[in-house]
Design a protein around this ligand. Structure first.
Ligand SMILES: Cc1cc2nc3c(=O)[nH]c(=O)nc-3n(C[C@H](O)[C@H](O)[C@H](O)COP(=O)(O)OP(=O)(O)OC[C@H]3O[C@@H](n4cnc5c(N)ncnc54)[C@H](O)[C@@H]3O)c2cc1C
Length: 340
C-alpha cells in the first residue's frame, strides 16, 4: 500500500501558500484513489498558525518548525523536508513546484534514495499512481509510472483547486529538527517593482523587439540607447508585455550591442514562449517562421519593418508598416504621452 506525504510551506505572510493547499487537495484525491495513508508535512516557523487551514483533514499532520524557516534557504528547508520524510517514511511525496521547494526537493529525494519528477499537472490512481506532465513546450503529454520509491512529485501551480477545509483543526505533531550550520543569512528581499517587470502575461498587447533595434541604421551607427528608451517608454505607456526575437536575446553572448532589460525569458518562438495576448506589434523583427510560431495565440498582428519583403508581409501579419521603427515608435510614444 502506498503511503503519501504532502510537503507544504508557508508564504511571506506566514500562512500555507496557495500552491501548498493545491498539493494538499491533490494528496487527498490521490490517497482516496489509491486507498493510501495520507500525511501532511508543514515547513513553518509556527505550525499552530497554519493548522486552521488544514481543518477537517483526515490525515496525520507533521510539522518541522524553526524561526530559521521563515525565509527560504536551501540548507534549512532541505533539513526540514528530510526530517518530515524520515518521520513519515512515505512511498510517494507530493509538493508544490514553488521556487522554494523546486530547488530543495531533488536533493531531499537523493538523500532518501528516491527519484523526482517535476511539472506534474495531473495525478491519477487506481491500480497504481500515474503522474502526467507535458514535454517539449506543451506539445507532448506523458503519463509516468515508476516502481522506484520514494517517488517525489513536484506539482505545477494552478492545476487544481486549493484545499479549503472546515471543521476542527487537526492535531499537529512536532518533528525533531536539527538544522545544520547555516552559512546563508537572509537579510531581506530585493525584487523589481511591478512596472519594471517586462513580461506581463495579462497585458492586452505583446510588443516584440527584434535584432534590428541594435543593428547599424541609415546613418551607419548603432542606436541601442535610443532603442532602450523608446521600447521602455512604450511598455510603460501602453502597459504592454515585452517579447523578443531569438537573435536579439542571443546577442548578449556575442558581445554585440544589447538591450539591457532583455533576457532569454522574453524570447518568443519555437524555442521560446508562446504567450496569449489579444494584439501583437512586432518591430525590427524579420518575422521568420521559427519566431512567428510563437505568435499562434496572438489574435491581431501588426509589424513595423523597413523591408517590404520581410516575413510579416508574406501573410503573417494583418497590417505591416514599411517604415523606420525608431521614427514610428517615437511618434507613438509622443501620442501616448499626450493621451495620459
Ligand atoms: C531551430 C531554430 C529555432 C529557432 N527558434 C527561434 C525562436 O524561438 N524565436 C525566434 O525569434 N527565432 C528563432 N529562431 C531564429 C529565427 O529563424 C530568426 O533567425 C530570428 O527570429 C531572426 O531575428 P530577427 O528577426 O530579430 O533578426 P534579423 O533577421 O536580423 O532581422 C532584423 C530585422 O530588423 C529590420 N530592421 C532593421 N532596422 C530597422 C528599423 N529601423 N525599422 C524597422 N525595421 C528595421 C530589418 O529589416 C530586419 O528585417 C530559430 C531558428 C532555428 C533554426
Amino acid at each position: 500500500m502506498e503511503n503519501i506525504l504532502v510537503l507544504t510551506h508557508v508564504d511571506e505572510s506566514g500562512v500555507l501558500s496557495r500552491a501548498s493547499l493545491e498539493s494538499v487537495a491533490a494528496g487527498v484525491e490521490l490517497s482516496s484513489a489509491l486507498s493510501a495513508k495520507l500525511s501532511i508535512g508543514v515547513v513553518a516557523v509556527d505550525a499552530a498558525a497554519v493548522a486552521a487551514q488544514l481543518a477537517g483533514l483526515n490525515a496525520c499532520v507533521l510539522a518541522a518548525t524553526s524561526p530559521e524557516l521563515a525565509e527560504p534557504r536551501f540548507s534549512s528547508d532541505a533539513a526540514a523536508c528530510e526530517a518530515l520524510c524520515r518521520t513519515a517514511a512515505p512511498s510517494i511525496v507530493l509538493a508544490p513546484g514553488s521556487s522554494r521547494f523546486t530547488r530543495v526537493l531533488p536533493a531531499v529525494a537523493h538523500r532518501l534514495g528516491g527519484v523526482t519528477d517535476t511539472h506534474i499537472t495531473l495525478l491519477t490512481g487506481g491500480a497504481q499512481a500515474e503522474a502526467t506532465r507535458w514535454f517539449y513546450r506543451q506539445r507532448v503529454e506523458a503519463v509516468i509510472t515508476r516502481t522506484a520509491r520514494p517517488w517525489f512529485l513536484l506539482l505545477d501551480a494552478g492545476t487544481r483547486t486549493a484545499y479549503a477545509g472546515s471543521g476542527a483543526a487537526p492535531t499537529v505533531e512536532a518533528v525533531a529538527l536539527t538544522l545544520p550550520a547555516l552559512r546563508t543569512k537572509v537579510l531581506g528581499i530585493k525584487a523589481p517593482k511591478q512596472d519594471e517587470q517586462t513580461i506581463r502575461p495579462d497585458a492586452k498587447l505583446l510588443f516584440v523587439a527584434g535584432a534590428g533595434w541594435t543593428k547599424k541604421q541609415a546613418d551607419g551607427q548603432v542606436h541601442a540607447t535610443d532603442a532602450e528608451a523608446l521600447i521602455l517608454g512604450f511598455l510603460r505607456n501602453a502597459d504592454a508585455s515585452l517579447g523578443s526575437s531569438k537573435s536579439l536575446v542571443d546577442q548578449s553572448g556575442e558581445n554585440q550591442s544589447v538591450l539591457n532589460f532583455m533576457t532569454h525569458l522574453n524570447q518568443i518562438g519555437q524555442t521560446g514562449s508562446t504567450p496569449r495576448h489579444a494584439k501583437g506589434l512586432s518591430t525590427c523583427c524579420h518575422g521568420e517562421e521559427p519566431h512567428v510560431v510563437g505568435w499562434r495565440f496572438v489574435n491581431e498582428r501588426r509589424a513595423i519593418n523597413l523591408d517590404a519583403n520581410c516575413g510579416w508581409a508574406r501573410g503573417k501579419a494583418d497590417v505591416v508598416y514599411i517604415a523606420d521603427a525608431f521614427a514610428v515608435m517615437e511618434r507613438v510614444n509622443a501620442l501616448l504621452a499626450e493621451k495620459k
